[in-house]
Design a protein around this ligand. Structure first.
Ligand SMILES: [Zn+2]
Ligand SMILES: [Zn+2]
Length: 288
């Protein structure tokens, strides 16, 4: 029987309707320069460290700037609790310890991981952007699930004071507090980041794409500012966002999910959050 082909349905043809990617060529040049001049170990370790540090502080920059702009204060969620220099400095010191003493050894392990599973580094093996985007989404779903259950467990009264209390030092969070945590928490909740990679990595670029998305997301939810219209993450239904996680820091219980709201909806752990905002919205309606 003759093989019937359906050219209209093939992904290449569908993608013909999209405009060409203007950054593809400079990105390919930069990527090839990197793979031609550095070893896999250097790329996996120092490359990943640079991506993590650069993206972390870049994502924190808007929030750091907002505290000096009176106009932005209308978007601050806990307006009565402004950031202080002392708080930011305290946060920065622990971050540096966590980044270089806890996360760097873990990052070095990514080289062993890519070698063991034969994860490619080359430009020619790089997956298409839509393939990568789907995998990053998969990583986010897996991480959020792990985070929900582990985070709720860390709130258990018997262990809360030993580990998770550190992250809750800031009742009104700001961007930098995203990774302000006890080293044990960095390891426990950090594992959620790696499960997706273990299951879905098909190229080293996925590690970086996923770390970039995850950092922007966690810094957004800790930013303390709610900016729904300037935030691409709000295009996703079920995205938790700053209001959702800020309430967790304010209230200590409920809202355990990291990226999505579905687990909290399913188990009713967003009840207090919903009641709180229903009250505020009711008060606002009376005023108008
Ligand atoms: Zn918590
Ligand atoms: Zn938090």
């Amino acid at each position: 029987m003759e093989n019937i082909s359906l050219p209209v349905l093939s992904s290449e043809n569908v993608l013909d309707y999209f405009p060409a990617n203007p950054i593809k060529e400079p990105f390919a040049d930069a990527w090839n320069y990197m793979t031609n001049n550095y070893t896999k170990f250097q790329i996996a370790t120092w490359g990943s460290l640079i991506v993590h540090e650069l993206v972390y502080f870049m994502a924190c920059l808007p929030g750091i700037t907002f505290q000096f702009l009176p106009f932005m204060q209308r978007f601050k969620i806990q307006a009565n609790r402004p950031e202080t220099f002392n708080g930011q400095w305290k946060c920065f010191k622990l971050l540096m310890f966590n980044h270089f003493c806890i996360q760097l050894p873990l990052i070095a392990g990514t080289y062993v991981f890519t070698e063991y599973f034969n994860i490619p580094y080359g430009w020619d093996e790089m997956p298409a952007w839509y393939n990568l985007a789907l995998r990053v989404f998969g990583c986010a779903v897996i991480e959020d699930t792990w985070h929900y259950f582990m985070h709720a467990a860390l709130h258990d009264r018997r262990i809360y004071k030993h580990i998770h209390k550190v992250h809750h030092h800031f009742q009104s969070p700001f961007g930098m507090t995203a990774e302000y945590a006890h080293p044990a928490e960095t390891l426990i909740l950090g594992m959620g980041f790696f499960w997706g990679i273990l299951l879905l990595a098909n190229h080293v670029v996925l590690l970086w794409a996923w770390v970039i998305v995850r950092l922007f997301e966690t810094i957004d939810v800790h930013s303390g500012y709610y900016l729904p219209y300037l935030n691409v993450f709000h295009l996703f239904p079920f995205y938790a966002g700053a209001k959702f996680h800020d309430f967790h820091h304010y209230n200590f219980t409920g809202n355990y999910g990291s990226t999505f709201t579905w687990w909290d909806k399913l188990f009713g752990t967003d009840k207090q959050f919903k009641e709180y905002y229903a009250k505020i919205d009711g008060k606002n309606k009376k005023l108008h």
